[in-house]
Ligand binder design. Structure first.
Ligand code: UDP
Ligand code: MG
Length: 139
């Protein structure tokens, strides 16, 4: 059975362009409930650890640099079938390939600065949520 939680970050490009409100509106209107949320900034060490699975990919250094370039909004979201439904809501990694109406199609500027993160599995949703939030920060 699919899990009820996913993890997201509104990335530095979208924060810089003042899209936090519009993106959160779209997320909550799609039926996701905010279980935890914070406005914060990743350190180089933190971003490197968060994206460790991509360490060998050619874009890793650029990704870490970009994700530490400004503040982000991190959140745990709750909904039935959360991981898959959220990936549908945000659209393809490359905004040029993202479906009409998706968050990346609407707000992303490039394949690296692509506005938003969404976990790719229940297991990673739990790992990523634990990276940012203690149990006391979840409601
Ligand atoms: N990324 C990039 N270049 C690429 C692929 C990915 O800069 O060719 C960045 C992009 O910000 C993406 C992140 O690395 O969101 C993680 O990549 P992944 O393949 O996990 O994409 P996602 O799950 O975010 O759609
Ligand atoms: Mg991914």
């Amino acid at each position: 059975m699919s899990g009820k939680q996913t993890f997201t970050m509104i990335k530095p490009d979208a924060v810089e362009k003042n899209y936090i409100g519009a993106i959160l509106k779209q997320i909550t209107e799609a039926g996701f409930r905010i279980k935890a949320m914070k406005y914060t900034k990743l350190s180089t060490e933190g971003a490197g650890k968060f994206y460790e699975v991509h360490k060998e990919r050619p874009f890793y250094d650029e990704l870490v640099e970009y994700m530490t370039s400004g503040p982000i909004v991190a959140a745990i979201l709750e909904k039935d079938n959360a991981v898959a439904d959220f990936r549908t809501l945000i659209g393809a990694t490359n905004p040029e390939e993202a479906a009409e109406g998706t968050i990346r199609k609407l707000y992303a500027e490039s394949i690296s600065a692509n506005a938003i993160h969404g976990s790719d599995s229940d297991e990673n949703a739990a790992i990523e949520g634990n990276f940012f939030f203690s149990t006391l920060e979840r409601f």
